[in-house]
Design a protein around this ligand. Structure first.
Ligand code: PGA
Length: 254
């Protein structure tokens, strides 16, 4: 399986010109990759223009999508619109969206319809904090089960999980910096076990599990090699083409 490196640009950059310039630099590097590929998730407003510049190794994703495809839903964007604009992926359940009110139930509705419209869903999960007696593992298992509630088993073929402990996300008020490869490996085994109760074993085994949370050019080798991550979800470092291209290079060397 090729390593999947996802750039989550969040609410950046400030103009289409800057978005195009950043995308072009990444795309050039992505074109040289053999064992990795990248997905850039810019703000909605840039998707269509960047879609015209995309290539097989550098495709586009959105940072959210709604659970209906048409109607009176001011400000919402449907998965059908995104697909038509050129997106192939969509990030759902990001902690920053959950903080603004998205519940597991909302996320589950969004996941189902996004896959109906042939988007690959990058589902973000992760606990806010750790505790000594492992309550956070129960939280994590429930977040996964509820965010994928009632999802038909074959839909799991179009799911990617991004494990992002909230305490590891840069710019988060309580950030402690990146997690460790050993910890990620342990959590990814746990996550796969949870997934294997929700779909067929063979499908669960094939679901890519990415690491996210202050991933950068200095720690990505560890997460990919020692932590056996199937890829990375990169926020801050995806806005710096030098850092992000180094991450792409590292992922291609593993
Ligand atoms: P970060 O963001 O890499 O800046 O920590 C990751 C994310 O929130 O997706």
């Amino acid at each position: 399986m090729k390593k999947l490196i996802v750039g989550n640009w969040k609410m950046n950059p400030d103009s289409l010109a800057n978005a195009k310039s950043l995308f072009s630099k990444v795309k050039r590097k992505a074109g040289t990759l053999k064992k990795a590929r990248c997905v850039i998730c810019p703000p909605y407003i840039f998707i269509e223009s960047l879609g015209r510049l995309s290539s097989a190794s550098c495709t586009l994703g959105a940072q959210d999508s709604f659970w209906e495809v048409r109607g009176a839903y001011t400000s919402q964007v449907s998965p059908q619109m995104l697909k038509k604009a050129g997106a192939q992926y969509v990030i759902l359940g990001h902690s920053e969206k959950r903080e603004l009110g998205d519940t597991n139930e909302d996320v589950a509705k969004k996941v189902k319809i996004a896959i109906d419209y042939r988007l690959v869903v990058i589902l973000c999960v992760g606990e806010k904090e750790r505790d000594e007696d492992g309550k956070y593992l129960k939280f994590l298992a429930e977040e996964i089960k509820e965010s994928l509630h009632k999802l038909p088993k074959k839909y799991f073929r179009n799911i990617v999980i991004a494990y992002e402990p909230i305490w590891a996300i840069s710019e988060h008020e309580s950030t402690k910096g990146a997690s460790t490869p050993e910890d990620f490996l342990e959590k990814s085994i746990f996550i796969r076990r949870v997934l294997s109760h929700l779909t067929e074993k063979e499908i669960a085994m094939g679901i890519p599990i990415l690491y996210g949370g202050s991933a950068d050019e200095n720690n990505s080798w560890g997460f990919l090699k020692e932590g056996k991550a199937d890829g990375l979800l990169v926020g801050g470092a995806s806005l710096d083409p030098e850092s992000f291209n180094q991450i792409l290079e590292i992922s291609d060397s593993i």
